[in-house]
Design a protein. Sequence first.
Length: 540
Amino acid sequence: MRKFWTICLTGACGLAMSSAFAAYAAETVPPYQVLETQFLETSETAQQAELQNYGGLTPRGSTSKAPKHAVILAQNATDGNPAPTPPPVAIAPQAVNNFTTASLLDNPVPASPPSLVPVQPAMPMMVAQAEPAVAAQIAPAHDPYIYSEIDRLSAELAKLKKDTAKPDVKKAWAAPKIQGRLFLDSYSIDEKNIGDFKNKTGIREMQITAVGTGYDVFDYKMEFALSPSGGEVNLVDNWIGVKNLPLLGYVKAGHFKPETGLAYPVSALNTTLTDSSGVSGTFGFGRRFGVAAEETFSDDRIRLFYGFFQDGAVNNDRFLLEDNQGQLFNVRLSAAPIFSQEGKHLFHIGGHWSYASTENGTTALSAAPGNFGWLDKSINTGTFGNEHHNRGGVELAMQRGPFAIQAEGFFDKFDAYGGITDDRTATGAYVELSYFLTGEHRTYDPKKGVFGAVKMKNNFHPVKVGNCNLIDGFGAWQAVVQFSYLDLGDWQKGQQNDFVLGMNWFWTPNIRWIFEYAHSEQNATGAEENIFGTSLRLNF
């Protein structure tokens, strides 16, 4: 009997407690009714961040990677007032089918579902996104923070619309960057069967450059140099460019080089030795007035350059005063199917072609011994009549850490005209091998299709320790060997063959000392030259 009364008393107490708890829950937490569900496409990281930043509920232990979460607009199912805790309910489903509008309509959201974890509410995301009438329904009147955030976001949106509707005057021309270079060269020549070649020592280049950008899309370069042959001031690169043009990409106009190969477009700061590799200078056009466009494809691995120029050189005259100034079309396509670590591992391939109608119907080809551009010419066609010609070539380069090899082949075909009664073709080629004894490598710019500065490991750095002067770093050392030939046999000038050995000592990325030996032969005359050259180069 005692056991019977004990069971009855326990059951009665449990029933009373359950009824009391249910009454309390019904009184304090009214049922929710779903107004609207919006699924937002987000990443899992953004989804979790939004759930934390904006009030709502998230599944306990959810491992879902579905790029969606639902924002539920809820209201009190009894009196239609906005749901107090929190007004919008954010739910991140484990899968889209787990929590849907239909399931929530069938089963109104309880105060604290067993499988959901309440998150401390902050600004409800949907308040900022909703129309004012909807926002007024779901935003608690007692929370001024929400309305201040709406006002702030509205002001930012109005400012953004205003800024995009007028030119961006805040990004006018930035202060120009001033650059410069100084080349101190010396050459000693021992010649045979070619007359008297004079030794040379002096300032080969001294120039100043200003580069800058402005208005987010424009850039420019102004560059002037003291002529090595006198006191004149030469025009070097002087142009203005604009990027992001539809169909064209980047376009520049002014005074600059057409691109005729891999080595010739490279700045003199970054040539392998004192001058452009091999005979690339012979088949280069020099700087011309023109306009050119360039565009890259396949993550900058492929580059196309093309331009229209005047054929006549300007140099220090600033104007080309000729009735027949000639025209030149130039195109170059290059690709780097293998490129990593700024060119430490590289495979480059390319080609170029140019068509030129010559200035005043004349032209000439020549080369210096060892391809030292500062010296007198050792093989020369002389000026001859020509109305137009086609010039082209192929280029190849590979770099594997400190080791690099590059090679180019060239041709220049002249049609019969004026002083020549038959078609004539000049050809040339070079191959160059280089190796950094200290482990560095040359950088490569796929957006320009050329080699750049050296990636230094240690600078040359003398230090004083006590009373002793010591060397803390020895810089970078690069050995270079090069073979090249130029064939002008169609002009009865024969062929020039050059063998070059060189050593580059890089003190810093901006200072290097070049040591170079070249042996040159011209088979038509039996002439030979042995040249020892050095060049100390500084740029800033």
